[in-house]
Design a protein around this ligand. Structure first.
Ligand code: PXL
Length: 273
């Protein structure tokens, strides 16, 4: 590899529990890229642990981001994840206004799951998020987030293709042309929808266990890392879904507690080529 990609990771940094920047950095590194942390908050552990300690980093973000611009440092890609408050969404939007237009923006619009918003997600953030996702090239919502972004009721059954296509077209009309909808289950298997240039491919996987904290971050990092290596979107999604599934299988064998996230480290070597 003669040229490495620089990937900014705009997300929180949680010490224990395998999520966000803590998992995205090693995954991007093993795929040959240089990860650059932009922490939105620093936590001793993620918020599923009752005694987590959180230091909010929102006030520091404008100067932190400006320092990259002053040094003339550009990124090949920017990955965004959980945003803790409306101001962070605003700061990110402002940064994107002046950022290099070549930078691939890959957003996981973290807001909820299984038809419900996470406790920190207030209606005002959802409205801001609708504006922010217009700046994404690649969008990785789960079904709950897709519905929130498109003002649709969350369907209790797996939605039909027409529903998903309609939502993706609606989003594409305002920005992102590559959309990956995760977290759909049918007949005991997981289905990931890959929308690109108006058409759709489905990626199927075995359902193994129940999602763990950070599995979305592992998925997003592998999709991003593969895309930056030049793989197609559907191949990147297949690789990421397989890696999450295999990590989950290993995690269940290792019998670690749910909150400890995915034990993906012993499998990192599989992403090297
Ligand atoms: O993406 C998982 C995640 C990320 N960041 C924080 C979290 C969690 C899951 O609980 O609490 C702070």
């Amino acid at each position: 590899m003669l040229e490495q990609k620089k990937v900014a990771i705009f997300n929180d940094l949680s010490g224990f529990g395998r999520c966000s920047i803590s998992v995205m950095l090693p995954l991007l590194s093993v795929m040959g890229h240089q990860g650059v942390a932009i922490p939105t908050a620093i936590l001793s552990m993620h918020t599923e642990f009752p005694h987590y300690h959180l230091v909010d980093f929102t006030d520091e973000l404008p100067a932190y981001l400006e320092s990259f611009q002053k040094e003339g440092l550009c990124f090949d890609a920017l990955c965004t994840g959980f945003l803790g408050n409306e101001r962070q969404v605003q700061i990110l939007k402002q940064y994107l206004k002046h950022a290099d237009k070549q930078m691939k923006v890959i957003m996981d619009p973290v807001m909820g799951d299984h038809g419900h918003c996470y406790p920190t997600i207030e209606p005002a953030i959802i409205e801001k998020m609708k504006e922010l996702v217009q700046e994404a090239h690649v969008l990785l919502p789960n079904l709950t987030e897709l519905c929130l972004l498109c003002d649709q009721e969350y369907p209790e059954q797996m939605p039909d293709d027409a529903f998903l296509l309609d939502c993706c077209r609606q989003l594409e009309a305002k920005g992102p042309s590559q959309i990956v909808v995760t977290g759909m289950e049918q007949d005991g298997r997981m289905c990931t929808w890959v929308y690109e240039k108006g058409s759709v491919q489905k990626v199927w996987n075995r359902k193994i266990g129940n999602g763990r904290p950070g599995s979305g971050d592992v998925f997003a990092a592998v999709v991003s890392g593969s895309l930056l290596r030049g793989d197609s979107l559907v191949d990147s999604v297949q690789r990421a879904a397989d890696f999450v599934g295999d990590s989950m299988e290993l995690t269940l064998q290792m019998k670690t507690p749910h909150a400890y996230g995915l034990c993906f480290e012993p499998l990192l070597h599989r992403l090297m080529d």
